[in-house]
Design a protein around this ligand. Structure first.
Ligand code: FAD
Length: 462
């Protein structure tokens, strides 16, 4: 060890880096972890957690509206954005402290500094230290990517800034059709902003099941959110406190904020990767890794968003844990990236696991679809015009459930449990054998008896 100052140096104190540092230290390794901003990383500081808190708060509007049908008379409600932001900041600071304490308790040393490679084993820290490490884990995450530098791009905010706005914008334009764009559209609309979503594709939520995409769009439009597809923001002008966004279709939209959520890029720049000899994956711009998260340099690993595989917190955590067990725990652990459940905390919420109908039909010769759309029980009394979507994608040959897609209240909570069944290769018969829980929306998942569509691919002619 004299050759090295530490056995493991982790770059990045986010979800993946923190887990890896703690587990490696628990296996007895000497660990140092560098974080240039705040411990906890994207998820805790400016991702999943503050986002979910904002979503929960914005739902209150709908609860208040729905209350009348149940007999409640509620005086006009007032909402205070600065209170929301301040209370969210308090909770995030508490979580940051908990992350810091847990890492310290594990025995790993935290350095609040930016780290970059000087050579494959040597790192330079922005506090002036240099460290020689036997192993290095790159867990630097990702950052918002605004795309092409259109005129006025300097006026555009990302999700990072959206968490710290001084006031609630009366009108906001959000460019993007992915989960972050739609979640913020629901958040701002819930608190009372007039929201316009601009997306270049023909429908939002690219990559999700087509029925989900259509359903979410219809429901968001019912909530008063304007969704413009097939166009982009070409330029943004600032005038006084407001902005005018000029769209590629020739129209323009006035707003008080313009936010882009059109993608995120892996944080690979200015890390000295070239000095370490670490290769970039030419297909996705992330660090190139093998099935054990090992980079092109045998003692350097990379996990989480910086590898641009599946950019989700639980994935980064699992990859960090697997790395630590493999390298320091004498136990090779590979992360299985199949059938990972995911949610969009839009309003309404999406929960999904496994294959979309299109993906299943491309891979399997026979695919059965079970689909239902219905008015949830709450809407019968609240009078709200809304519908839930439930869809199962089933392999017609083996009866195995290949995918499940839900849009509606508690879709994320529901899909977490369904994912266990899908991961265990449950069949439609297993679903049917499960007793319904009444009255719930989720009971539809075990009571859809007849396929709504059956797709059988003819064998190719010889
Ligand atoms: C708005 C938003 C909402 C999201 N919602 C969800 C969700 O609901 N569910 C979900 O599963 N995922 C969600 N995500 C994605 C999730 O946040 C990421 O997948 C997760 O944080 C990735 O963890 P990581 O460890 O790879 O990187 P990060 O958490 O990004 O951590 C990387 C850390 O490295 C630090 N760093 C970078 N370079 C250096 C350097 N050179 N030296 C020192 N430190 C450095 C950064 O400051 C950062 O703290 C969301 C993301 C965003 C932006």
């Amino acid at each position: 060890m004299a050759e090295f100052d530490v056995e493991l140096f982790v770059i990045g104190g986010g979800s993946g880096g923190v887990r890896a540092a703690r587990i490696a230290a628990g296996h007895g390794a000497s660990v140092m972890i560098a974080e240039e901003y705040r411990m906890g990383g994207t998820c805790v500081i400016r991702g999943c957690v503050p986002k979910k808190l904002f979503v929960i708060g914005s739902h209150v509007r709908h609860e208040l509206e729905d209350a009348a049908g149940f007999g409640w008379t509620i005086p006009a409600a007032r909402f205070d954005w600065p209170t929301l932001v301040a209370n969210k900041d308090k909770e995030i600071a508490r979580l940051e402290a908990a992350y810091t304490a847990n890492v310290e308790k594990s025995g790993a040393r935290i350095v609040k500094a930016r780290a970059l490679f000087l050579d494959p084993h040597k790192l330079k820290l922005s506090n002036g230290e240099t460290v020689r490490a036997k192993y290095v884990l790159i867990a630097t995450g990702g950052a918002p990517n605004h795309g092409a530098a259109i005129p006025g791009i300097e006026h555009v905010i990302s999700s990072n800034e959206a968490f710290h706005l001084k006031e609630l914008p009366k009108r906001i334009l959000i460019q993007g059709g992915g989960y972050i764009a739609l979640e913020f559209a629901g958040i701002f609309a819930g608190y009372g902003s007039d929201v316009t979503v601009v997306y270049r594709g023909d429908n939002i939520l690219r990559g999700f099941d087509d029925d989900v995409r259509t359903h979410v769009r219809t429901e968001m439009e019912k909530l008063g959110i304007t969704i413009l597809t097939g166009c982009t923001v070409a330029s943004v002008d600032k005038h006084g406190e407001g902005f005018t966004s000029h769209l590629s279709n020739g129209s323009s939209i006035a707003s008080d904020q313009v936010m882009f959520a059109i993608g995120r890029h892996p944080n690979v720049a200015n890390l000295g990767l070239e000095k370490a000899g670490v290769a970039i994956n030419p297909h996705n711009g992330g660090i190139s890794v093998d099935h054990l998260s090992r980079s092109s340099v045998p003692h350097i690993y990379a996990i989480g968003d910086v590898t641009h595989r599946l950019n989700l917190t639980p994935v980064a955590i699992r990859e960090g844990h697997a790395f630590a067990d493999t390298v320091f725990g004498k136990r090779t652990v590979e992360v299985d990236h199949a059938n990972i459940p995911t949610a969009v905390f839009s309003q309404p919420e999406v929960g999904t696991v496994g294959l979309t109908e299109a993906a299943a039909r491309a891979q399997f010769a026979s695919v059965d679809i079970y689909k239902t759309s219905f008015r949830p029980i709450k809407a019968t009394m609240s009078g709200r015009d809304t519908r839930v979507l439930m869809k199962l994608v089933v392999d017609g040959a083996t009866d195995r459930v290949l995918g499940c897609h839900i849009v509606g209240d508690a879709a994320a909570e529901t899909i977490q449990a369904v994912a266990i069944a899908v991961k265990m290769k449950a069949t439609k018969k297993d679903f049917d054998a499960t007793m319904a829980l009444h009255p719930t929306a989720a009971e539809e998942l075990v009571t859809m008896r007849t396929p709504t569509a059956r797709h059988v691919r003819e064998a190719a002619a010889e």
